[in-house]
Design a protein around this ligand. Structure first.
Ligand SMILES: [Zn+2]
Length: 669
């Protein structure tokens, strides 16, 4: 993806929620649906949930330590998680996607209360002692115990009381910061005005849809379907510079202050634990285990992409000079030139035009195709069914097991931009599987795609998020807190990064036209051209990923770094440099969310993703490999360590070979 930051946030329940007696029947039915609460509903449900949860905690606390058994501790614990999730899950999606501002505001307030309750729960010494005392034989139980004990310790249960109280304040403030940061971007209604002359180069289909003022100027906002095609196609360099600068100031200046505060608070967390940095605190629970492993990995990536990036930038600069009829020395390649000249070069050299691709991938047909290939690979069916929805453009589907015909789970698609909606693409694991509670999962795919047709990047985004959704809806875990995407943060992107490959290989791609009558047919020649076009720009793409990951590690590393000054310094060292007056860190929501000292996880996961593709052999539509993936990875959620699951799926130790071949362009089509 040319702008990997657009990728997404895979949501993880911080503590997970649950539901109570007041839950509406739609939510507790055998084919549950997300309840569509308004602001007063949320206030009521939230209050009732917390009071029920407090009663559950009190009951758990009363259990004498000598009587702590799996039956008496894990079962009520799973019920408590479910009780919380039954409120937190729906409220989280409504807060991010409801068209009603009052609902979103009530949702934020409720999530803060649940967060506060969660901190208290995970600082509860009695329950912590019960978990610690349990001696377990079963592997899944042992993994749950480890996860829960670590979560208690990471929340401060074992700290002296003063530090514990401070930890509670910090965690609450971090949750507020995350909400405000996200809201500042989500609710930004800025529109820039561009004259028809400045919009030259954009296709008629784009311009027809755009809003205009009474003078005929185009009024463009920050939704991806407006911003990205403009940056790739508008001939007017000054217009692109203006749009780029505004886009990289969304949410600022306030978000810069919030990021700075989050950085300081996380530094303080590390000091409460006597650790050298927040990166140490965070990575010790991940696959990498420590920051040194991350830095070694990032150095290896840098060694491989530096030269490729420089070469590509050189080619783009020469291309720009040629287009403008100037000598290379006379032109500078600016950051707002990168998407434009990459797109124009790909058109000229490989005959691949992202706007023209929309005719091959109409949005509805693309969704039907994703259902079909997922169905064939994983042995499932997606059946549209009735449900109450938070917006009329949302769709609900039952996920049905192909072999037994049994109901597995539910899935919502919310694909198009609108005012006040979450602005990236993400999968929300609203409801987790629990075999113990006979609980079926629900996931929601949220994106901001073009309604009429997808370009290749959007198709990748759709598959990426669908990979997360499958991880949620096909999970069959014993305990809710281990369901779906509740895995190590540096593994969570592996199934989604892997699924992007299905937009690149002929076996799946040749099937697209079956779902669209009258569309131009994707043939082998087009697949080859797509592959060739994608091979240009890898250096630029992975160098950018490397920059994001390195910046994230620096911000949460041992030395204090001012977020804006640190960014200016690091981006200035790249070939396209830093653009004055841009404040990118204020738009980088991953850093205040779950990806603090974790952005490297995108590339780390991609190592595993590309390696796991080897099991599919020469044919990505290999159903035997698909079933194996469903069984050994998707259905297992976080009930086994990721390293163990990957090893079993591969039948050998993982290797970074395929990843390094990918970033250096040595992987074949
Ligand atoms: Zn993702």
């Amino acid at each position: 993806m040319s702008e990997p930051i657009l990728a997404d946030l895979a949501r993880r329940l911080v503590l997970t929620a649950l539901c109570g007696a007041f839950a509406p029947s739609a939510w507790t039915a055998s084919h549950p649906r997300i309840p569509i609460w308004n602001a007063p509903d949320i206030d009521k449900v939230c209050g009732e949930t917390l009071s029920n949860a407090r009663a559950s905690v009190a009951a758990l606390e009363r259990l004498p330590l000598s009587q702590a058994t799996v039956e008496r501790v894990f079962r009520p614990w799973d019920r408590l998680q479910i009780l919380l999730e039954d409120t937190q899950g729906p409220v989280d999606i409504l807060t991010n996607a409801s068209p009603d501002a009052a609902t979103r505001t009530a949702g934020e307030a409720c999530l803060l209360k649940i967060n506060e309750f969660g901190t208290e729960l995970f600082q509860n010494e009695e329950i912590y002692a019960q978990f610690r005392r349990l001696v377990l034989i079963d592997r899944i139980d042992r993994k749950l115990k480890k996860d829960v004990v670590e979560a208690f310790e990471d929340t401060g249960v074992a700290l002296p009381s003063e530090k514990r109280a401070r930890m509670k304040q910090i965690l609450q403030r971090l949750e507020e910061i995350q909400q405000t940061f996200s809201r500042n971007i989500r609710d930004n209604k800025t529109r820039l005005s561009f004259s028809p002359d400045e919009a030259k180069g954009l296709p008629a289909s784009y311009l027809e849809k755009a809003r205009r003022d009474d003078k005929g100027n185009y009024l463009l906002g920050f939704e991806y379907p407006e911003y990205e095609p403009f940056m790739a196609n508008a001939e007017n360099e000054e217009a692109r510079r203006r749009y780029y600068t505004a886009f990289n100031n969304r949410g600022t200046p306030q978000n810069l202050d919030l990021l700075d505060e989050a950085t300081r608070l996380r530094r303080e967390i590390a000091s409460l634990y006597g650790l050298p940095s927040y990166a140490h605190f965070a990575t010790r629970r991940r696959m990498v285990e420590n920051p040194e492993t991350v830095h070694r990995f990032l150095d290896e990536v840098k060694d491989r992409v530096r030269e490729i990036e420089r070469k590509e930038i050189g080619e783009l600069r020469a291309f720009k000079a040629e287009r403008l009829g100037k000598s290379v020395q006379e032109v500078t390649l600016n950051r707002w030139d990168l998407p434009y000249y990459q797109e124009q070069l790909r058109k000229a050299r490989y005959n691949v035009d992202q706007e023209a691709l929309r005719a091959y991938f109409p949005t509805d047909a693309s969704v039907a195709w994703v259902f079909a290939i997922s169905g064939r690979l994983y042995g499932v069916k997606f059946v549209q069914a009735k449900a109450l929805l938070w917006h009329p453009s949302v769709r609900y589907y039952d996920v049905i097991d192909g072999k037994t015909g049994g109901f597995l789970s539910g899935m919502y698609l919310d694909l198009f931009p609108r005012e006040g909606k979450y602005s990236h693409a993400a999968a929300f694991g609203v409801r987790s599987a629990s075999l113990l509670a006979k609980r079926t999962p629900i996931s929601v795919l949220v994106a901001n795609l073009d309604r009429n047709g997808l370009n290749h990047r959007e198709l990748e985004t759709l598959l990426h998020e669908f990979g997360h959704v499958l991880h949620g809806v096909l999970s069959r875990t014993r305990y809710a807190s281990q369901g779906g995407t509740n895995v190590e943060r540096d593994f969570v992107e592996a199934p989604s990064q892997m699924y992007e490959e299905w937009t690149r290989k002929k076996e799946p791609l040749l099937l697209v036209h079956k779902y669209c009558k009258g569309c131009p047919e994707v043939d082998e020649a087009l697949v080859k051209r797509l592959h060739a076009a994608r091979s240009f720009g890898r250096g630029i793409q992975y160098a950018r990923q490397h920059l994001y990951a390195s910046y994230d590690m620096a911000l949460f590393g041992e030395r204090e770094v001012d977020p804006m000054q640190g960014w200016i310094r690091m981006e200035s060292e790249t070939p396209a440099g830093y653009v004055p007056d841009t404040q990118f860190p204020g738009t980088f929501g991953h850093l205040v969310g779950g990806y603090g000292a974790g952005y490297y996880g995108y590339m780390w996961s991609e190592v595993l993703a590309l390696d796991m593709l080897s099991v599919y052999g020469k044919n990505l539509m290999n159903p035997a490999a698909g079933r194996r993936f469903r069984e050994l990875i998707l259905s297992k959620g976080g009930q086994r360590p990721a390293a163990e699951m990957v090893r079993q799926f591969l039948g050998r130790a993982p290797s970074p070979k395929a990843f390094f071949e990918e970033i250096t362009g040595q992987r074949g089509d």
